[in-house]
Design a binder for this molecule. Structure first.
Ligand code: IMP
Length: 189
């Protein structure tokens, strides 16, 4: 069975391929000749995962899955959410995004936040969604230099380290993306 992962991130593709039986071959966007930017214009995380998966199935005829992730902050009514990548502007800078979020929360006592990953799978004309959530708090300063995005300012509930102080292996066991991916893999197996 061939299944497209609507991504060109070679690490993500390799990681998932290794967790699946050999009978399932994961193809990247590049491998199916999809070189254009897929629109991510929905106003929810779920909506964007669905848009991306449907784009590939509709235009290229493949079964496909796509993921989308956002950081939802309680005191900001769920922002930055679907806008996480470009919260502080189109330069898509993690430093700028973190600085804007720290500033927005500086006068708030409620620092609760969650990362949410949604994976949309189109398989045999049926769509299934998988959701992984990591609940925690936004810290008051950046700590750690691993990971990416908002990792230096996010601590998982009950943990003393930020995501940026964990190794990739440690993070992937407990992260939103890890949880959603595990559900997808169990479903495909
Ligand atoms: P994407 O949907 O995976 O591209 O994620 C959208 C944005 O959310 C990224 O540009 C990051 O700013 C943020 N993000 C996603 N996953 C993580 C994570 O695991 N740690 C920190 N930030 C993340």
């Amino acid at each position: 069975m061939q299944l497209v992962f609507a991504s060109n991130n070679k690490n993500k593709i390799k990681e998932i391929q290794q967790l699946l039986p050999e009978t399932i071959q994961i193809l990247s966007l590049e491998e199916i000749g999809c070189h254009e930017e897929i629109p991510e214009t929905a106003d929810t995380i779920e909506g964007n995962a669905i848009l991306k998966a449907n784009y590939v199935t509709t235009n290229y005829g493949y079964d496909c899955f796509a993921d989308d992730t956002g950081l939802e902050v309680e005191a900001l009514n769920g922002a930055p959410g679907v806008d996480s990548a470009h919260y502080a502007g189109e330069q898509r800078s993690s430093e700028d995004n973190m600085n804007k979020l720290l500033q927005a929360l500086s006068s708030k006592t409620n620092k609760n936040a969650q990362f949410k990953t949604v994976i949309a799978l189109n398989l045999n004309n049926t769509q299934t969604l998988f959701t992984g959530i990591a609940k925690g708090q936004i810290t008051s300063e950046k700590t750690g230099n691993q990971g990416f995005g908002y990792d230096p300012i996010f601590k998982l509930e009950g943990h003393s380290k930020t995501f940026a102080e964990l190794s990739m292996e440690e993070k992937s066991i407990i992260s939103h993306r890890g949880k959603a991916t595990k559900q997808l893999i169990n479903f495909l197996k």
